[in-house]
Design a protein around this ligand. Structure first.
Ligand SMILES: Nc1ncnc2c1ncn2[C@@H]1O[C@H](COP(=O)(O)OP(=O)(O)O)[C@@H](O)[C@H]1O
Ligand SMILES: [Mg+2]
Length: 287
């Protein structure tokens, strides 16, 4: 059973493969294609219209010229790698997503229809959590690049916007980041949970200048104490997410008096940051 090929690792899922993913009906209308960006916790597939994929590979004539438009996902299909012991554990995960939705709202996260399936493709029954998620077009934002003042502006320049358009989009983005940070801070105060803001690709800036959290499944409950929590992959995602929050506040909202902020005073103390760096290093070594 061990060396049985995991269908979820394939680039495309069609016909026979979909049959192996016992919880998906075979369809000719849609194509499931492995997304070119990936993460550690989820298998991510684009759900594309078959006719769009055909156009992408065969091209279409526009004003006598053959063009090959990239098929745009109708949805993103996420299969979580995490194994759940029982249904209650999965319900807890879904509850956390609903919490995120409640505090951040549909404008700031990629909304998802979460569902539980019995996956039998590996020869045994596994409880698997899946999500059919809104596709978010845009560029990944790397919070550590925000120390470069032009980083956000550059996101729009590469889209061919003129100076005024860049300024307008920048304003929208600053507003979006402002509400993102305030809502996350409210969520922390009221619930003691924080989503993973640190993972590669978790935050996306849309062409219209909106910030969206797309990784909605790694949400950590924490206490205001000295414990540095590590997630199931051994990463101190809670501490690093607090640091990302502080970077957003500092670099985009120009809040520089963080030494008086209880959250940052605790999480960003030099001793604690040193420990977090060590944990991060050992995480990357193990990758
Ligand atoms: N709904 C979405 N729209 C666009 N890109 C997405 C979406 N969901 C995930 N991605 C991209 O796929 C990659 C992995 O997604 P992520 O949610 O971070 O997975 P993981 O749970 O494995 O960390 C990231 O680069 C992210 O930007
Ligand atoms: Mg992620």
């Amino acid at each position: 059973m061990q060396d049985k090929k995991d269908i979820r690792d394939q680039a495309y899922l069609s016909g026979e493969d979909l049959k192996q993913l016992n919880f998906i009906h075979e369809t000719k209308e849609y194509v499931f294609r492995k997304y070119y960006r990936s993460g550690l916790r989820s298998h991510i597939f684009e759900v594309l219209l078959a006719k769009d994929v055909k156009k992408e590979t065969r091209g279409e004539l526009v004003d006598g010229i053959r063009v090959f438009p990239r098929a745009k996902p109708e949805k993103m299909f996420r299969i979580l790698r995490q194994r759940f012991k029982n249904c209650d554990a999965v319900f807890l995960e879904i509850k956390k997503y609903n919490l995120l939705l409640k505090w951040l709202g549909t404008e700031l996260i990629a909304t998802s229809e979460e569902f539980i399936v019995d996956y039998t493709g590996m020869g045994e029954t596994q409880i698997v959590l899946c999500g059919l998620q809104e596709y978010v077009d845009g560029d990944i934002i790397d919070p550590w690049r925000l120390f470069d003042k032009d980083c956000l502006k550059d996101l729009f320049k590469t889209r061919g916007y003129d100076k005024t358009q860049v300024q307008n989009h920048l304003k929208i983005l600053q507003g979006s980041i402002f509400s993102f940070v305030s809502r996350i801070r409210k969520m922390i105060t009221h619930t003691g949970v924080i989503p993973d803001l640190a993972g590669n690709g978790n935050l996306i800036v849309t062409p219209e200048g909106r910030l969206k959290l797309v990784d909605i499944n790694n949400i950590v409950q924490f206490n205001m104490d000295d414990t540095i929590l590590i997630d199931d992959k051994g990463y101190p995602s809670c501490d690093v997410s607090v640091e990302v929050l502080s970077i957003l506040e500092q670099m985009v909202m120009n809040k520089n008096d963080q030494a008086n902020d209880p959250l940052y005073r605790l999480f960003l103390s030099p001793e604690r940051k040193k420990m977090v760096k060590m944990l991060e290093r050992s995480f990357y070594k193990r990758l």
